[in-house]
Design a protein around this ligand. Sequence first.
Ligand SMILES: [Zn+2]
Length: 353
Amino acid sequence: MKSMSMAVLMATAVWAAVGYGSLPAVAADPLNVVTTTTDLKFVAESVGGSHVKVTSIASGAEDPHFVSAKPSFMMTAREADLWIAIGMELEIGWEGLILEGSRNPKIRKDSKGYLDASQGVLRLEVPTEKVTRTMGDVHPLGNPHYWLDPLNVRIVAKTIAGRLAELDPGHSEDFKGNLKTFQRNLDEQMFGKELVAEVGGDKLWLVEFKGGLQGFLEEQHLTAKLGGWAGKMLPFRGVEILTYHRSWTYFTNRFGLVVADEMEPKPGIPPSPGHVLALIEKVKSAHIRALLMEPFYERKAPDLIAEKTGLKVLVSANSVGGDESAKDYFSMIDNVVDKLAGALKPASEPERK
Ligand SMILES: [Zn+2]
């Protein structure tokens, strides 16, 4: 446990002198954590509890590839005990500038106060050939939008809890407990309470990870008990959709949807008229019913395709704080799942509870 800071001691003395008795017991200063994104902030707060104070640089409403490295962000980073980044080059355009501008040796990339949250996550689209500019905004370490797979968020939570325990060993039991609660909540959101109670989250993720969840549930006569996001998305396995940017890959991979094409002809390259025409043909011939996009992209081209084909344009945040309903990670994924399930269900079928 850290000793009480001088400021707290002085404040206590002043407080007592003016006759308000003593301040409530302050165990220790919470760790000052700065995350690059709001999703990391949510996870860090969940596992850190009262032992952390977390600030996010990005707000969740902007394109995370393009955050401006404002001096105020450098001031925020200056106070940090721990900096947590998504990594895999998501923040390549701005993270280095903020870290450098912060002049905070605690969060230098080679120190304990710097955490790349991508270590240990399941990576997709890792290029097998040399990355060139002509490929668009392709990252050599793989697609960095990995937080849209709940399994990866489960892994990230463990990584963060581990680092918090290293920095604040006195509270390691609390971090462990918080991690357990967080993972349990996540598992219940993913598979439904009943199934998690019966099988256990670890086991469910293991069979899911191996690609055998459906088989396992059938074998154990548990299919009817599958709830949560996985239950809602089950009827849509193999269904083709469009996305705007290559940012939903981890989500579609986890829930078995197929991304037939993207609005961007290459990652980070805006849609050209020729590409839009080709998409209109594709949507018609493949009977694609929905397009998923973030609120910060231009709606004009998607709306044009919708007008010509009846495609449903689903605008959904994929970061906490990205829209009104994305209050935390759970409600953010809830929202995406509900929009997709609503748009993709056959007109005659009642909604799955
Ligand atoms: Zn991207």
